[in-house]
Design a binder for this molecule. Structure first.
Ligand code: FDA
Length: 497
């Protein structure tokens, strides 16, 4: 890619008038590379070929964010916002096109304020999910929140694109449990639910990051969990019947009571059945014997614990502790490629057998499969921008890691081939994908007359948002008609002719 256009001195001059200099990093600053790299999770986007920001702004309050927007608009510098930096395509801190942009990095805005009595919390976008979960548990052992599984994910990006984890069958997605927000819009105005339009409030809760302003913080409903939950992890190889078990799982798991979630992680010749039950082992084992006896789950598989302990347990294993929820220095930063699918019709058993052949090919990745049904499927498609609801049996995420820059050819090829192989068995017209599992192979916006076009956005946008895409684009035209907040997959404004 070509080099970005030269630094805008006036922009920096404008920033320093409103924001303390210690919160600003110009490209020439010695700390700039470290601050930029801090939350780059996918090493593919660290290399020098990527178009980097000219400045990084690390606000400590909403007025700094407002000033950044005002200065950016005045001096034609775009802003990309970064919370946890987990964007699969790195769009929170890199651009595919040469452009002058600054990153608003929210890593210093991480407050979690819990009101256990009211069962609500305000959480800043820069907090990681683990900090939110920890903050809730510190106040109450019987309250929880249904967001992503990995504790280092940023609240900002996760909630903006939906957000789901092991509580998805009980409580749906993070975004639908948000009851208020504070957002800095494209004019630099700070809005909340009472001062923004109903469409704008709808769009920020699931319509994807970046497009609808910078969300400073979110107020959420906290949801009840019992004092004890039970986790089990049962690996089964193909020789031990993995094919037959997955074939049964795809019908059973989406129809289980909402207290029980059994997801699958398939890798090599193995399917790991990972379950979380909102209750004790004593009630779980008879339930499993009646609904899914073939798995052979029994009391020896039970790990009972408070809900909060289940989060690091599921993510990192038995040895993990609550402090892993607060660790922001996770050093696992592979080169990675991701894709996703939604399945509405059971995949034939013969195809599952073929899938296990794919999973041992050179460059093979893994498949993470989350069953839907219960709460996540009960919400109407238009209630939030997240449209993957009634009739979805399960979501598939294809994940591929490699550990040196030159090692990408085989995994990237495998991802493409696997995705093509799965086409007959997954959703069609459009082939749906989860917005938070961002994939630029689905399409990129074209910019004409300095505005992203609706036609180019529709190509990828209907895959993430189905019929909600048009309402998102109409809303974008109302709140940001000049398309100030944009990236390669931001919602384009659908402007009236
Ligand atoms: P990041 O900061 O990169 O932002 C992502 C996007 O949102 C960017 O476009 C950014 O500009 C925008 N954005 C960020 N903060 C914003 C703000 N305050 N206001 C407006 N826009 C903002 N998902 C899931 O639902 N369940 C899961 O279990 C997992 N697991 C998982 C594991 C791992 C290891 C990774 C890397 C990712 C996941 N994900 C996931 C996907 C994750 O939800 C997705 O990448 C989120 O967008 C990440 O949010 P961050 O704030 O970390 O990303």
């Amino acid at each position: 890619a070509a080099a970005p256009v030269p630094a805008k001195e006036d922009f920096f001059g404008c920033l320093v008038k409103a924001i303390p200099a210690r919160l600003l990093y110009a490209k020439s600053s010695p700390d700039f590379p470290t601050v930029l790299a801090q939350t780059i999770r996918n090493s593919r986007w660290s290399s020098p070929q990527n178009v980097k920001p000219l400045y990084i702004i690390t606000p400590t309050n909403a007025s700094h964010i407002q000033s950044a927007v005002v200065c950016g608009r005045r001096h034609a510098v775009r802003l990309r916002v970064r919370s946890g930096g987990h964007d699969y395509e790195g769009l929170s801190y890199r651009s595919e096109r040469p452009e002058a942009f600054a990153v608003v990095d929210l890593n210093k805005m991480r407050a979690v304020l819990v009101d256990a009595k009211a069962r609500t919390a305000w959480v800043d976008s820069g907090a990681q999910l683990g900090e939110l979960y920890y903050g809730i548990a510190k106040n109450s052992p019987v309250l929880a929140f249904p967001a992503g599984v990995c504790p280092t994910i940023g609240v900002g990006g996760n909630f903006a694109g939906g957000g789901f984890g092991m509580l998805l069958r009980k409580y749906g997605i993070a975004a639908e449990n948000v009851i208020d927000v504070k957002v800095v819009d494209a004019n630099g105005t700070l809005l909340d639910k009472s001062s923004m339009s109903a469409d704008h409030f709808w769009a920020v809760r699931g319509g994807g990051g970046e497009s609808f302003g910078i969300v400073v913080s979110w107020q959420v409903n906290l949801l009840p969990v019992p004092p004890t939950v039970t986790v089990f992890q049962i690996p089964k190889t193909v020789r031990e019947g993995a094919v037959e078990l997955i074939n049964k799982w795809q019908l059973v798991a989406p129809a289980l009571p909402d207290d029980l979630m059994i997801r699958i992680i398939a890798f090599g010749d193995t399917a790991k059945f990972e379950g979380m039950y909102l209750g004790t082992c004593k009630t779980l084992t008879p339930l499993m014997s009646s609904k899914f006896p073939e798995l052979g789950m029994n009391a020896s598989h039970c790990n009972e614990m408070p809900w909060i302990k289940s989060v690091p347990f599921i993510h990192l294993g038995k040895q993990a502790t609550l402090f892993d929820l607060l660790n922001r220095n996770n050093t696992f930063r592979p080169f990675a490629e991701y894709k996703s699918d939604y399945v509405y019709q059971p995949v034939p058993k013969t195809v599952w057998a073929q899938i296990f052949v794919w999973l041992v090919k050179p460059g093979a990745g893994i498949m993470v499969m989350d069953p839907y049904g219960a709460a996540i499927s009960a919400t109407p498609e238009a209630a939030t921008p997240f449209p993957h609801r009634k009739g979805v049996l399960f979501n598939i995420q294809y994940v591929n890691y490699w550990f040196d820059e030159a090692g990408g050819a085989a995994p990237l090829q495998w991802s493409k081939d696997m995705y093509r192989f799965m086409e007959p068995y997954v959703s069609k017209n459009p082939r749906q994908a989860y917005a938070n599992y961002r994939d630029l192979d689905l399409g990129r916006n074209e910019v004409v007359n300095d505005v992203s076009t609706y036609a180019s956005g529709k190509v990828w946008g209907e895959k993430y948002f189905k019929g909600n895409f048009q309402r998102l684009a109409i809303t974008k035209a109302k709140v940001d008609p000049q398309d100030y907040f944009r990236n390669e997959q931001s919602i384009p404004p659908l402007l009236a002719k």
